[in-house]
Design a protein around this ligand. Structure first.
Ligand SMILES: [Zn+2]
Length: 56
């Protein structure tokens, strides 16, 4: 995948990550995240935001 993930795709990724079902994600998304630090960072950011909300 040549483009970066959209906000929607990042949200979806985090959702599946939380359920430990990342393998359900489209391969194009998984491949891109593996290669793209930028998108990875964004996923981590969203992930941490959700974790924080859940902790409170
Ligand atoms: Zn990217």
């Amino acid at each position: 995948m040549e483009r970066h993930l959209t906000e929607e795709e990042i949200a979806l990724y985090v959702e599946e990550l939380e359920l430990k079902k990342q393998e359900r994600l489209p391969e194009a998304i998984l491949d891109h995240v593996q290669e793209c630090l930028e998108c990875k960072m964004e996923i981590v950011e969203v992930w941490e935001l959700i974790e924080e909300q859940e902790a409170h």
